[in-house]
Design a protein around this ligand. Structure first.
Ligand SMILES: Cc1cc2nc3c(=O)[nH]c(=O)nc-3n(C[C@H](O)[C@H](O)[C@H](O)COP(=O)(O)OP(=O)(O)OC[C@H]3O[C@@H](n4cnc5c(N)ncnc54)[C@H](O)[C@@H]3O)c2cc1C
Length: 471
């Protein structure tokens, strides 16, 4: 019987494990932490009973993928819940904008700019199923839907600053800037529109759902289905070297590229080790969980309905903050992402106290305390917020890396989304999952299609391994 060891139980590690186990491979997953799930863990971090997603909160790209179609997790307790508004962008003075599921409703809220919103997101959201099929795979392949992919590419290639010129109002520009900021790239850099266009399109096509009971339900469902296929997971086991494993036929590494170099050691061809050592990580995230009485008192009332609220003010302010972060300087007014998962999933709250999740974009490895700057940004658009906070839990960039070694310097997306790494990650190669050692693969978010709790990197890596076995 073919045997496999998967190092790391993030969504990609578990997806790889499941894909292999379903083909009859005997799979063991080894996880360094005491709990499974990597970026899909949920915990009571502030007050008992309040469920906080420690990392991933919203899952637009997990709803409908080749992996989700192959493995039905709904029978194992995974249920998606949608907020009424997918994401919102408050501005000063109680103004703001909202992305609804419907492109038409969103466009209607943007006045004269609605037409341009429709022209960017209308066609793409109708065709997103086909487009995603191509971009959820490594870039070097013959596209199944070349014309649709080309249209997506044309809108993705420009810098976010150029794409934003399609809109003139602060509301529409802010709405796009907030979603473009997910790339954690300067808005003037090439291809910095790509992630904003993809996530913005997905908001209309699939919404930005949360998992009932917390993102840990994703890991629980994956682990449960894996067990049905005979796979096992051991926690509290940190793998430092391939030599610790009993020479399985397949090794899947759900780790950052630098860690893969260390684990494989001298067995890795030098040119691959060199390429992986040059892999670039992005800026950091400074995360604060809040227990809040009632809810966040956003002045822009529709922001109260949104799962995600992008807090950064105008497009220009966000652009300046992201540039500062890239230069290694902490901005006075950072971009802050606020998660209100409880609006879709009230089971995470206790009585009138709700869990609110927030992280600020900060320089890589930032050692200062960004709590005050983060809170000031929320308070600016939600006066009275601080008075409602009954407890908080803070995680700096370094604590983020201690929590999960894949988040090097607090880089929560395991790799800078620069133009080269968006196309070729972790290195230019026809099969980017291979590591130059027979049977050993990288399957983390450092491989295509990149960050997110969708499991597609793990699924693709496992399929590559199975293809080489001739399964
Ligand atoms: C604050 C934050 C917010 C996010 N928001 C979202 C979001 O809303 N939506 C979304 O889709 N994604 C989001 N993400 C990103 C998402 O969580 C990650 O991209 C995803 O979890 C990557 O999955 P993975 O399996 O590649 O790795 P990870 O989830 O990072 O898991 C890797 C696992 O491997 C283990 N490991 C590492 N090294 C070893 C070793 N040597 N031995 C044994 N085990 C090891 C780690 O402990 C960890 O459990 C967010 C991340 C963070 C931190």
């Amino acid at each position: 019987m073919t045997t496999a060891v998967v190092v790391g139980s993030g969504p990609n590690g578990l997806a790889a494990a499941l894909t292999l186990a379903a083909e009859g491979v005997q799979v063991r997953v080894l996880e360094a932490a005491d709990t499974v799930g990597g970026g899909t863990r949920t915990n009571e971090l502030t007050v008992p009973g309040l469920l906080h997603d420690e990392c991933s909160g919203f899952h637009p790209l997990a709803v409908d993928t080749p992996f989700s179609r192959r493995f039905d997790l709904s029978g194992h307790g995974l249920e998606w819940l949608w907020p009424q508004a997918q994401y919102a962008h408050p501005l000063d003075g109680g103004r703001g904008a909202v992305a609804w599921r419907s492109v038409e409703d969103t466009a209607a809220g943007l006045g004269a700019d609605g037409r341009a919103w429709r022209s960017v997101f209308g066609y793409l959201s109708e065709q997103f199923g086909d487009i995603a099929e191509d971009f959820l795979r490594p870039m070097l392949h013959v596209p199944r839907h070349p014309f649709k992919l080309a249209r997506f590419g044309l809108l993705s290639l420009p810098p976010a600053a150029l794409t934003a010129r399609r809109w003139s109002s602060a509301e529409a520009r802010g709405l796009f800037g907030g979603v473009a900021a997910h790339a954690m790239r300067p808005f003037g850099s090439p291809v910095s529109s790509a992630i904003g266009v993809a996530l913005g399109t997905a908001a209309h096509r699939y919404g930005w759902p949360v998992a009932r009971g917390g993102s840990a339900s994703i890991a629980t469902a994956l682990t449960s289905l894996l067990a049905e296929h005979g796979g096992t997971v051991e926690t509290g086991v940190r793998v430092e070297s391939l030599a610790e494993l009993d020479s399985p036929d397949i090794v899947m590494l759900d780790v950052a590229p630098g860690a893969a170099v260390r684990i494989i050691g001298g067995a890795m061809p030098r040119r691959i080790a060199k390429a992986l050592t040059r892999y670039r990580h992005g800026p950091g995230a400074f995360k604060v969980e809040f227990a809040v009485e009632g809810a966040v008192p956003w002045q822009h009332e529709q922001s109260r309905l949104a799962g995600t609220v992008h807090v950064g003010g105008s497009f220009e302010e966000m652009a300046a903050a992201e540039s500062e972060v890239h230069r290694g300087r902490m901005p006075e007014r950072p971009f802050v992402l606020v998660g209100q998962q409880f609006v879709a999933d009230p089971s995470r709250a206790r009585g009138d106290t709700v869990p609110v999740y927030a992280y600020a974009h900060v320089p890589a490895g930032y050692t200062g305390d960004a709590t005050a700057a983060l809170e000031a940004q929320i308070e600016r658009f939600a006066p009275g917020f601080r008075d409602r906070v009954v407890a908080r839990h803070v995680r700096s960039t370094l604590e983020m890396e201690q929590h999960n070694p894949n988040y090097v310097g607090g880089d929560v997306v395991t790799g800078a989304n620069d133009a080269l790494q968006l196309v070729f990650r972790p290195r230019p190669a026809l099969d980017p999952y291979t590591l130059g050692v027979p049977g050993v693969y990288l399957c983390s978010a450092a491989t295509p299609p990149g960050a997110g709790a969708h499991g597609m990197a793990g699924y693709n890596a496992a399929r590559s391994a199975l293809a080489r076995l001739g399964a």
